[in-house]
Design a protein around this ligand. Sequence first.
Ligand SMILES: NC(=[NH2+])NCCC[C@H](N)C(=O)O
Ligand SMILES: [Mn+2]
Ligand SMILES: [Mn+2]
Length: 301
Amino acid sequence: MQQRANISVLPVPFDYGAGRGGAAHGPAAIVEAGLPQKLQSLGFPYVLHSSGYMPDIQFDLRTSAQMKNWGRVLKMSEAVAAATAAIDAAGDFPLILGGDHSIAIGTVAGLAERRQRLGVLWIDAHSDLNTPQTTPSGNLHGMSLAAGLGRGDPRFVSLRGAAPKLQPERTVLIGARQLDAGERQTIASLGIRCFTMHDIDRRGMSEVMEEALAILSGAGCDGVHLSFDIDSVDPGEAPGTDTPVRGGLTYREAHLAMELIHDASILTSAELVEVNPYLERSGRTAQLAVELIGSMLGEKI
Ligand SMILES: NC(=[NH2+])NCCC[C@H](N)C(=O)O
Ligand SMILES: [Mn+2]
Ligand SMILES: [Mn+2]
């Protein structure tokens, strides 16, 4: 991260953007797995917010086949955007814990309020570039990056005003290995830089990350947000997630990515999403999340 010492941890216990329940318990699992101790041992002052900033979203039953639970996702997004914007405005480093990946609709909207040239590093097995027209599932966690880029339902795209929040030349994807047809089209037509698992296999994580970070460093960003979907990591290491895809990042590749991100000193915010403790007994996925956050913050072997 940049020279901002105070870390503001914002839990988003929400999973109505996913196809099943459980990711709402991700933040508690990550805290339970030792995140506060990790931040302390690395010497960062931090505050751990309660989830009380979220209004009563349970009872907004508005939904459709193309945007399941959109009423709840919209209410959550508004609350998360406001909370994230406030943390950013206070000069703290926002560290957001998901929750399913639909929470990025809110985090990106909140960050974009002060940062019109926000860069985003999206580490994920997926691209989350679907729209209500292209989604195969109707799950909004597969549409969050699209919303940031100005694609999809106007209520999400224009959350808290200006749209789009993100520009394709400041958006970099890493770890992709399961893209839907409409998403491929969007990546091609917008010219988004997408480093797939194929690229990582051939060139190695180190070279891929160097290029990715160079793109963001050279893109005139006024901030860089890391959106880390734990399903980017291979399901052997990260089984507790809703949409696992074989052939993911190894444990070491994931750590190396985080270490290189730290060394580049460009991050101004980060989120870690899609940990679903319901899907495993071991707790190893939440533990991995804590370790990866450690590497992101400068922990070395
Ligand atoms: N954040 C995630 N885990 N997204 C998974 C998306 C899966 C699929 N592309 C869909 O739109 O439904
Ligand atoms: Mn995702
Ligand atoms: Mn994913």
